[in-house]
Design a protein around this ligand. Structure first.
Ligand code: ATP
Ligand code: FE2
Length: 323
């Protein structure tokens, strides 16, 4: 069975095709803002201008009639972007006469991670631009045990980078700078139970930079503090739920220092640490296609009347009837 998925919740426009065993292809045409952060309407404009070409390019590599399921990211995300992708998926589904499946973007990050790593019943640390959550399965639902009380870690990194004159996306640039950091400056470490917050830290780090501290030292101090917070809450969830697996997913999961810190924490508690290949960490169509395939095989289909977008879609809203 072959599934095609379209991702476009924010900056990324991506189509992925998967079968039960592997990712067959991923084609990306991301929106990169000329300056500043992501503007929802500009990103949506980009998606609407490019989606036709992207579909054509995919169908030059795989025959349309080989596709069994058409899927799209139904939420959460930016409304204008979501609507472009949903429309494209509806058109494809009608044209190819194949069932449509709308999926939760966060769950797609998580399930593609389980698929590609073999993690069974992990605590998942999901860290991206808009989201930062500690998630674990309880019966027929995934539950969020802890999350950011304000902005996602990716947005925090991007904001700090922008303040230091670096272009979007800032996460990879901060990672590079941090490698050459020499001195650690204390920043507000905010963990409340299993929840946490980053915006105070961003302001404090911006002030350090304004005071003349080097970009390298600011980046280093920021990463060490923020990632220690994420390691602490992940560990707390693992202890509380008595789980011995940790899965890292989401765009910020590409960061080697974050992986290293989580790896050390897991080793200390005799737990296994998993992270999928980098090309499946950030937003991509293959994760949408994979989750749709899994859902379709378990009886899920989205009727046209239920295919409206859900900008505030939460992972807890999905009934999960697979293992
Ligand atoms: P979501 O809708 O799940 O919040 P998203 O739109 O933020 O997803 P992702 O691709 O999951 O998209 O994550 C993008 C974020 O990941 C950006 O904030 C980017 O700066 C950050 N990022 C990418 N690579 C790295 C890295 N190596 N280190 C730190 N952050 C990174
Ligand atoms: Fe994402």
């Amino acid at each position: 069975m072959i599934s095609l998925g379209i991702e476009g919740t924010a900056w990324s426009l991506s189509i992925g095709v998967v079968d039960e065993k592997e990712v067959l292809l991923i084609e990306n045409d991301p929106y990169i803002p000329k300056e500043g952060g992501i503007h929802p309407r500009e990103a949506a404009q980009h998606h609407s201008e490019r989606i036709g070409k992207l579909v054509k390019s995919v169908f030059s590599k795989i025959e349309p009639d080989k596709i069994d399921v058409v899927s799209f990211s139904q939420g959460p995300g930016m409304g204008p972007c979501l609507r472009i992708v949903a429309t494209a998926a509806r058109v494809l589904s009608l044209k190819l006469k194949k069932p449509l499946v709308g999926v939760n973007h966060c769950l797609a990050h998580l399930e593609v991670g389980r698929w590609k790593t073999g993690a069974k019943n992990p605590v998942t640390l999901y860290v991206s631009g808009g989201n930062s959550q500690v998630i674990a399965r309880r019966g027929k639902r995934y539950r969020v045990f802890g999350e950011t009380l304000d902005i996602g870690i990716g947005n925090a990194l991007d904001k700090l980078a922008r303040h230091m004159g670096l272009k979007h996306p800032g996460g990879p640039k901060i990672e590079k700078l941090a490698r050459n950091g020499k001195r650690y400056y204390e920043l507000p470490y905010v963990v409340k139970g299993m929840d946490f917050s980053f915006s105070g830290m961003v302001t404090a780090a911006q002030k350090l930079y304004d005071r003349g501290v080097s970009k390298e030292d600011v980046a280093f101090s920021f990463q060490e503090t923020a990632f220690a917070m994420l390691a602490e809450v992940s560990e707390r969830a693992m202890a509380y739920l008595d789980r011995d697996e940790l899965l890292l997913v989401g765009g910020v999961g590409a960061n080697s220092r974050l992986k290293e810190m989580l790896e050390v924490m897991c080793k200390d508690r005799n737990a296994r640490f998993y992270s999928p290949p980098t090309e499946l960490m950030g937003d991509n169509g293959a994760m949408i296609a994979y989750l749709a395939l899994l859902m379709f095989k378990h009886g899920y289909v989205t009727k046209l009347k239920d295919s409206t977008v859900k900008p505030d879609f939460r992972i807890e809203d999905v009934d999960v009837n697979w293992d």
